[in-house]
Design a protein around this ligand. Structure first.
Ligand SMILES: Cc1cc2nc3c(=O)[nH]c(=O)nc-3n(C[C@H](O)[C@H](O)[C@H](O)COP(=O)(O)OP(=O)(O)OC[C@H]3O[C@@H](n4cnc5c(N)ncnc54)[C@H](O)[C@@H]3O)c2cc1C
Ligand SMILES: *[C@@H]1O[C@H](CO)[C@@H](O)[C@H](O)[C@H]1NC(C)=O
Ligand SMILES: *[C@@H]1O[C@H](CO)[C@@H](O)[C@H](O)[C@H]1NC(C)=O
Ligand SMILES: *[C@@H]1O[C@H](CO)[C@@H](O)[C@H](O)[C@H]1NC(C)=O
Ligand SMILES: *[C@@H]1O[C@H](CO)[C@@H](O)[C@H](O)[C@H]1NC(C)=O
Ligand SMILES: *[C@@H]1O[C@H](CO)[C@@H](O)[C@H](O)[C@H]1NC(C)=O
Ligand SMILES: *[C@@H]1O[C@H](CO)[C@@H](O)[C@H](O)[C@H]1NC(C)=O
Ligand SMILES: *[C@@H]1O[C@H](CO)[C@@H](O)[C@H](O)[C@H]1NC(C)=O
Ligand SMILES: *[C@@H]1O[C@H](CO)[C@@H](O)[C@H](O)[C@H]1NC(C)=O
Ligand SMILES: *[C@@H]1O[C@H](CO)[C@@H](O)[C@H](O)[C@H]1NC(C)=O
Ligand SMILES: *[C@@H]1O[C@H](CO)[C@@H](O)[C@H](O)[C@H]1NC(C)=O
Length: 601
């Protein structure tokens, strides 16, 4: 070592020493740092801090919403959309959905998107979860996830009045010892509508389901929800996993603090996350260090952007912003799967003063749609690969599509959701809305940074209807939903007010249905009942898949090429699921907490 270098080192360490003296508060340091205090993030924080010697910091861009009635009120779903607790992301122009943009809502609050969502509580289908293992994620099957599905849950059995209004359940399908209350809405509609809807579906060969949470969702049922039926309050991730535990001194929450990126130790071999760079609400930039791990749980629309800003992703994208590629993972931000949502609205002379949440799941055969044909799969794989500049190539996609196509022989591919205005923020009326969406799109989109500014929003492109099978499916569902409304006794109960037979004739051709499905996805806003065009179930942007297929995390949810960075949120889910996402995200987070604990040496 030359004297010159030795001298420089001495000066450096002296400077560092003096700096640490003048800057009395050294960097905060915790065993684990969780980026995002949302649905998954707070679940993991809770489970890790069960151990009093483990310290955890959760860094959340939003604030507490404990007493915000837009959150707590179980009749106000959609009211919080577009307010300050919604990130209010917007998609790019949707080339295959008539060029329109769609609103992409996501919760910006302690509790994340669970504070603003529709509260529907439905797991995926058994075969869908099993497919995660099929593509190479050992340890991820329905049987292995089921204990975790139950672990988070505190299911409240329905009252006799709720049972009379259509509530039903199988006790074996539920957990009762977990922190998260689930159950039936306390103001279920208890008139004759339930029986009428059930009868009409039965005429279309759709059976009633006792409980949609047993791994087989096909049929008609009344939805279970994430709420406390006794207090009549929404149950979100913070209410279940944080507030009752906030006295834990080993759990520290940074609110109104945005993570800019992960910072790295300077080492050879697998990259070691040293901590995160954060920006406080007053603009101050600082560093928080992790002694063990960093866990990224910023949601599927944001986690990939944080990976890219940290140097993990596709070099073609990182290069554009001068970000050195720390780890080459072209699948980061790809594989975005969201479901497109259309709605048809009816009106009745009866005032419905109660919530319904009547949910129907159907297979392609149920709604008269051909299953995907094997010959089409390579063509679709080429289309999707071309759209993502071959970041995930056609041979990988063709393999994935084969698995998905196989799944679609048995699993459902449509959900129809029938609701009165009540429960979605509207006063009691004669309105009956049917929103519906295809469940397992072949189309894939992306989420990528478009700026070096960590506060800038990423570019979000769900690519709805890129694969025309998706559009044909959505059109077939539309036609079938109308068939439902034309079936006795629905036909004598209500009349269509939107789109109406003038816009879309009763005898419309398939081509007309296709055109309507494509164009009627209007930009979302909270006052427009027809608005929700994204079904708000984006996932897959940091997929748990083998690296060679375009995966980003392995079966322990660790980012490939890193020693101690995991992603745990909707981003890791490799295929769309028929249920709504939170049940599965809580289960993934529960399992992740066990994987992380098992790795503590
Ligand atoms: C309108 C709507 C309705 C829905 N309805 C239902 C439903 O009825 N049932 C259902 O099961 N699912 C529903 N979903 C989907 C479900 O709620 C979400 O998929 C789920 O909550 C996402 O969980 P997550 O942990 O992946 O992310 P989130 O819960 O979104 O958590 C991410 C957290 O990270 C924070 N964050 C992001 N970036 C940063 C950063 N840079 N620094 C610090 N913090 C950051 C966010 O503020 C947020 O708190 C709905 C979603 C929406 C938008
Ligand atoms: C919420 O409101 C209740 C009742 O008004 C009050 O007692 C409580 O302190 C509030 N909690 C918070 C976190 O603001
Ligand atoms: C609730 O939502 C409405 C808009 O829908 C908004 O005007 C109001 O400020 C919100 N309340 C809170 C406490 O954020
Ligand atoms: C998106 O569509 C709008 C309205 O049609 C148009 O003005 C805008 O130029 C489009 N943007 C891009 C990037 O194509
Ligand atoms: C109907 O619902 C209301 C509100 O949920 C409830 O109070 C009432 O007991 C119910 N009536 C019957 C007959 O179940
Ligand atoms: C900015 O906020 C941080 C975190 O709350 C605080 O530590 C810091 O003192 C604040 N700085 C200024 C200049 O207000
Ligand atoms: C719904 O029907 C009622 C009663 O028939 C009528 O008064 C009301 O105007 C209708 N509403 C709409 C939006 O058509
Ligand atoms: C609806 O029911 C609630 C009680 O659940 C009652 O307070 C309200 O007055 C009813 N509204 C109408 C329009 O009937
Ligand atoms: C649908 O019905 C209308 C009027 O009843 C008729 O004019 C039209 O030709 C029909 N269209 C098709 C596609 O059959
Ligand atoms: C929201 O929907 C309402 C009702 O359809 C409409 O009047 C309003 O213009 C819409 N706002 C936006 C921003 O699209
Ligand atoms: C597609 O990507 C995989 C994984 O990177 C690779 O093994 C395969 O050779 C690629 N195929 C083509 C046709 O480029």
């Amino acid at each position: 070592m030359s004297n010159h270098i030795a001298f420089t080192l001495l000066i450096c360490s002296l400077t560092a020493f003096l700096f640490s003296l003048s800057n009395a508060t050294a960097n905060d340091k915790f065993d684990f740092i969780i980026i995002g205090g949302g649905t998954a993030g707070l679940t993991i924080a809770n489970r890790l801090t069960e151990h009093p010697h483990i310290t955890v910091a959760v860094i959340e861009a939003g604030d507490k919403v404990f007493n915000n009635s837009n959150v707590t009120d179980t009749d106000k779903f959609t009211v919080a959309l577009g307010t300050s607790i919604d990130w209010q992301y917007e998609s790019t122009n949707q080339t295959y959905a008539a060029g329109q943009t769609v609103s992409c809502h996501a919760g910006k609050a302690l509790g994340g998107t669970s504070t603003i969502n529709g509260m529907t509580w439905v797991r995926g289908e058994k075969a869908q979860i099993d497919s995660w293992e099929t593509i190479g994620n050992e340890g991820w099957s329905w049987d292995e996830l089921l204990p975790y599905y139950k672990k988070s849950e505190n299911f409240i059995v329905p009252s006799p009045a709720q049972v009379a209004a259509g509530a039903s359940y199988n006790a074996v399908d539920h957990g009762e010892g977990g922190p998260l209350r689930t159950g039936y809405h306390p103001e279920l509609l208890n008139g004759s509508l339930h029986g009428s809807v059930e009868t009409a579906w039965k005429s279309l060969s759709i059976p009633s389901t006792i409980d949609a949470n047993g791994g087989d969702v096909r049929g008609f049922t009344v939805e279970q929800q994430t709420l406390d039926p006794d207090a009549n309050v929404r149950e979100d991730a913070a209410r279940a996993f944080y507030y009752p535990f906030q006295e834990r001194t080993n759990l520290h929450i940074y609110l109104k603090t945005t993570v800019a990126k992960v910072i790295w130790t300077d080492n050879d071999g697998d990259a070691i996350a040293d901590g995160v760079k954060v920006i406080s609400s007053n603009g101050t930039v600082s560093t928080i260090n992790a002694k063990r791990e960093v866990i990224l749980s910023a949601g599927s629309l944001r986690s990939p952007a944080i990976l890219e800003l940290s140097g993990i992703g596709n070099p073609n994208i990182l290069d554009k912003f001068g970000i050195p590629s720390k780890i080459v993972l072209p699948g980061v931000g790809e594989n975005l799967m969201d479901q497109p949502n259309n709605a048809i609205v009816y009106n009745s002379s009866t005032i419905f003063n109660g919530t319904t949440g009547y949910v129907t799941y159907a297979t392609a055969a149920d709604f008269h749609m051909e299953p995907p044909s094997d010959e089409d799969l390579p063509i679709w794989a080429e289309q999707v690969a071309a759209a993502n500049n071959h970041a995930v190539n056609a041979s990988s996609l063709e393999y994935i599509f084969k698995v998905q196509s196989q799944l679609l022989k048995s699993v459902t591919n449509a959900e129809v959701f029938l609701s009165t205005g009540k429960g979605i923020g509207l006063p009691p009326s004669g309105l009956l809305a049917t929103a519906f969406w295809l469940l397992m799109p072949f189309s894939r989109g992306s989420v990528h940074i478009n700026s070096l500014d960590p506060l800038a929003y990423p570019t979000i492109n769900p690519n709805y209807f890129l694969v025309d099978y998706d559009l044909k499916t959505q059109a077939a569902i539309t036609k079938w939903v109308r068939e439902f409304w034309m079936t006795t006794p629905m036909s004598s109960l209500a009349s269509e007010i939107s789109p109406g037979y003038e816009t879309l004739p009763a005898n419309a051709t398939d081509a007309q249905y296709i055109e309507w499905a494509k164009t009627s996805c209007k930009a979302a806003n909270s006052t427009d009942l027809l608005s929700v065009s994204s079904n708000a179930h984006p996932l897959g942007t940091a997929a748990m898949m083998p690296r060679k297929l375009g995966g980003v995390v392995d079966n322990r949810l660790k980012v490939y090429g890193t020693a101690n960075l995991r992603v745990v949120d909707a981003s890791v889910i490799p295929f769309q699921i028929s249920g709504h996402l939170t049940a599965t995200i809580y289960a993934i987070a529960e399992k992740a907490a066990d994987l992380i604990k098992a790795d503590i040496k």
